[in-house]
Design a protein around this ligand. Structure first.
Ligand SMILES: C[S@@+](CC[C@H](N)C(=O)[O-])C[C@H]1O[C@@H](n2cnc3c(N)ncnc32)[C@H](O)[C@@H]1O
Length: 208
């Protein structure tokens, strides 16, 4: 029987192939800090992680998690919407970010009505392309199943389809259901390939 792997665990396993010590990364949706912590550990003390969230509770939870980390000072959290990342990320890091993670939707265990919104998500994705290093990747975990999630996911899907051909987009679906969570991986500066609908288990790592 094949083991079910979560969308974020899958995103982490892909990111591990790109992100090394001393690299720079952005967590565009900090939430409870699991992804921020993962990125901070991966880049180490010589690297840098920037995190964004619009909820004070998320920033505080993540700050608390970071306090027990030996590399905590490599992380800077912004209590701002990710659509301001172009203004918040210091100029010397712009164009040098290796990984940008989006984990869309609502903060687990909190108010489900506070969700990522299509307009700001698309604006942040556009900024992300400019902030990425040449060999960088963006991961987007999208959840069409919650209220508002389908419209946002469809908008992200459409936006990805019109990216210039030097970007490649891989779409991974957790099941055939329209409402199933999905993970997009956007690679900068690769020749475009069609975006097939492939279950996680069938994606060879060399294709990611
Ligand atoms: C699914 S959670 C993220 C989970 C998180 N990455 C983790 O590891 O726990 C989505 C988060 O996006 C945040 N969010 C919503 N709109 C946002 C925006 N415009 N800018 C930044 N964060 C936003 C929510 O407050 C919520 O904390």
């Amino acid at each position: 029987m094949s083991k079910r792997i979560s969308l974020t665990a899958h995103a982490h396993s892909i990111i591990l192939q790109y992100l090394t010590e001393g690299d720079f990364a952005i967590d565009a949706t900090v939430g409870n800090g699991h992804d921020t912590l993962f990125l901070a550990r991966q880049v180490g003390i010589k690297g840098k992680v920037f995190g964004f969230d619009i909820q004070q509770q998320a920033i505080e939870a993540t700050q608390t998690k970071l306090e027990t980390e030996e590399n905590a000072e490599n992380t800077r959290l912004f209590f701002h919407s990710h659509n301001r990342m172009d203004q918040c990320i210091p100029i010397e890091y712009q164009g040098h970010i290796k990984v940008i993670m989006f984990n869309l939707g609502y903060l687990p265990g909190s108010d489900k009505s506070i969700i990522t919104q299509t307009d700001s998500t698309l604006a942040a994705l556009k900024h992300s392309l400019n902030l990425l290093a040449k060999s960088g990747i963006i991961t987007i975990a999208a959840y069409p199943g919650h209220t508002g999630g389908m419209a946002e996911t469809n908008a992200v899907d459409q936006w990805l389809k019109q990216l210039p051909p030097q970007h490649s987009v891989q779409s991974l679906y957790s099941s055939d259901k329209e409402s199933a969570p999905r993970l997009y991986i956007v690679k900068k500066n690769k020749l475009a390939s069609p975006s097939p609908k492939i279950p996680f288990s069938e994606i060879p790592k060399s294709n990611l």
